[in-house]
Design a protein around this ligand. Structure first.
Ligand code: GAP
Length: 436
C-alpha cells in the first residue's frame, strides 16, 4: 500500500474515531457508499457552508440566495436535457456482472479478474421516485441531480422581487442526488451529496471576450476561495474540459482538480452555460423569461456563468490538506474559522475545586462567543493530544497562577506556543486569531 492510500485510511479512521463521519446505517450492516456526518463533521461542514454563503452572498451586492425544493416538476428535467443527456457510459463484466463506468473501468474486473466486458451503454443518473401512493408512470418524479435548475426556474420571480440588475447571481446550497455507477473513495463520490452553486446572469455577449471576462473573474474567485479554506494551490490543477467530455449544456468548462490521496480528481467546476437553460425553460413552459435592460429597454435572455462547489469534496480536501503527523501526535491543522471547536478549556487538575470553578466560568463566558470544548479528563498532555486530533486551534489551561494573577495559558495547536493571556482579554485575543 503506498503512503497516499495509507493517508486516506488514516483520515477515514480518524473521522470515525472522533465523530466526523460515520458509515451510514451502520447498525444494520451499513448501506454501500453512504456516510453520515457526526457531531464534529456536521460542524466542519456547516462552517464551510456558512463561510461560502457569507463570502458569496452576504458580502456582495450582486448576489441573492434561494432555497428550493429537492423534487421539482419532471418537466424541468425534460427541458434542461437531464432526462435525455445526464448519463454515464456503463459496462458490465460478462462473467460476474459487476458494473463499471466505462471511462473509469479497470483493465480486469475487480471482483472476478475477468477481462471480458459488454459494450458501453448509456445509463441515466437521475434518481427516480413517485409522488403520491400510486406507483404509475404519470407519478414519476426525480430528485434533483444539481441545485442549479431551481435558479433558472425561479429566475423571473427572483428578478421581480429582488430588483437586481444584470449582471447578478443567484446562489443556492443543498442536496443533489445521482445514481452513480461507481461511487467510492469515502465522501468523494456518493449518490447523495451537497452542492453550493451560483448561476451568474450576464448580458448576451456581443463578442467572445464579453463572457470570458466574467468567466475569468469567477475563476479567480474560486481560487481565492480555495486559499481561504486552507488549500495549497500547489495541490490544485485546472483542467480545460474537452468538447467531448463537457456536459451537454456547457460551451466551456474548467474543472479544478485536487491532489486527493487516491489521485488527482475533480473538486469544483466552472462552466459557461450560455442561455441554454433559460431558453429551454422559456420554450418548454411558455413563460417569458426575458430580462429588460432598465437603461435601454432591450429585452434578452441572459447568458450564465456557473461556478459550482461540492460541499463533501470540500470537507474531504480540507481534511486531506490539514492532516499532520509528527513524532508524538496526530493533528488537523484546520483553518481556525473552519475548526469544529475554536477553543478548549481545561482546569490543570480536576480535583482542585478552585481551578475547576474558575475554568468553568471561563468556559461559560467563552461559549457566548465561540464553539468551546471542555475537558478535565486525564492529564493536560492527553487533553492537548485529543484536541489536536480534532483540529481545535487553541487550548486554555487554568492553573495556580490564574488564581494569583488572572491569566491563563493559551496553547497554539500548530506552534505549541503557550503565551499567558489575561482572562478579560481572551475574547479579543481569540477573535483576532480566528478571523485573521
Ligand atoms: N450544476 C453543475 C454541476 O452539477 P457537476 O460537475 O456535475 O456540475 C458539481 O457537479 C460539483 O458537485 C462537482 O465539482 C463536485 O464537487 C460535486 N459532485 C458531483 N457529483 C458528486 C458526487 N457523486 N458525490 C459528491 N460530490 C459530487
Amino acid at each position: 500500500m503506498n503512503q497516499n492510500e495509507n493517508l486516506m485510511d488514516k483520515i477515514v479512521s480518524l473521522c470515525k474515531r472522533r465523530g466526523f463521519v460515520f458509515p451510514g446505517s451502520e447498525i444494520y450492516g451499513g448501506l454501500a457508499n453512504s456516510w453520515d456526518y457526526g457531531p464534529l463533521g456536521a460542524e466542519l461542514k456547516n462552517n464551510i457552508k456558512q463561510l461560502w454563503w457569507q463570502r458569496f452572498v452576504h458580502r456582495r451586492g450582486d448576489m441573492v440566495g434561494i432555497d428550493a425544493a429537492l423534487i421539482m416538476n419532471p418537466k424541468v428535467w425534460e427541458a434542461s436535457g437531464h432526462l435525455k443527456n445526464f448519463s454515464d457510459p456503463l459496462v458490465e463484466c460478462k462473467k460476474c456482472h459487476n458494473r463499471y463506468r466505462a471511462d473509469k473501468m479497470p483493465a480486469v474486473c475487480e471482483n472476478c479478474q475477468g477481462k471480458d466486458f459488454t459494450m458501453a451503454k448509456q445509463f441515466n443518473l437521475m434518481f427516480k421516485t413517485f409522488i403520491g401512493p400510486a406507483e404509475e408512470q404519470t407519478n414519476i418524479a426525480y430528485f434533483r441531480p444539481e441545485t442549479a435548475q431551481a435558479m433558472f426556474v425561479q429566475f423571473k420571480n427572483v428578478l421581480d422581487t429582488s430588483r437586481k440588475t444584470i449582471p447578478f447571481g443567484i446562489a443556492q446550497m443543498g442536496k443533489a442526488f445521482r445514481n452513480e455507477i461507481t461511487p467510492g473513495n469515502f465522501i468523494f463520490r456518493t449518490r447523495e451529496f451537497e452542492q453550493m452553486e451560483i448561476e451568474y446572469f450576464i448580458p448576451v455577449p456581443k463578442e467572445d471576450g464579453d463572457w470570458q471576462k466574467y468567466f475569468e473573474n469567477w475563476r479567480i474567485e474560486m481560487l481565492q476561495w480555495m486559499k481561504e479554506i486552507g488549500l495549497s494551490l500547489d495541490h490544485v490543477h485546472e483542467l480545460e474540459v474537452s468538447d467531448k467530455e463537457r456536459a451537454h449544456y456547457s460551451k466551456r468548462t474548467i474543472d479544478f482538480e485536487y491532489d486527493f490521496p487516491f489521485g488527482k480528481d475533480e473538486l469544483y467546476g466552472l462552466a459557461y452555460r450560455t442561455n441554454f437553460d433559460l431558453s429551454n425553460h422559456q420554450k418548454a413552459s411558455g413563460q417569458n423569461l426575458e430580462y429588460t435592460d432598465p437603461q435601454t429597454n432591450e429585452k434578452y435572455i441572459p447568458h450564465v456563468i456557473e461556478p459550482t462547489w461540492g460541499v463533501d469534496r470540500s470537507v474531504l480536501a480540507v481534511l486531506c490538506e490539514s492532516y499532520r503527523e509528527d513524532a508524538d501526535r496526530v493533528y488537523l491543522s484546520l483553518p481556525a474559522k473552519l475548526a469544529p471547536y475554536k477553543v478548549a478549556v481545561f482546569p490543570l487538575l480536576a480535583n482542585k475545586p478552585q481551578l475547576v470553578e474558575k475554568a468553568r466560568s471561563i468556559y461559560q463566558d467563552l461559549q457566548k462567543h465561540f464553539m468551546v470544548a471542555w475537558d478535565d479528563r486525564g492529564n493536560v498532555g492527553k487533553r492537548y493530544y485529543s484536541q489536536d486530533e480534532i483540529g481545535t486551534p487553541f487550548c486554555i489551561t487554568v492553573d495556580f497562577d490564574t488564581l494569583e494573577n488572572g491569566t491563563v495559558t493559551v496553547r497554539d495547536r500548530d506552534t505549541k506556543d503557550q503565551p499567558r493571556v489575561k482572562i478579560e482579554e481572551l475574547v479579543n485575543y481569540l477573535n483576532k486569531k480566528i478571523n485573521y
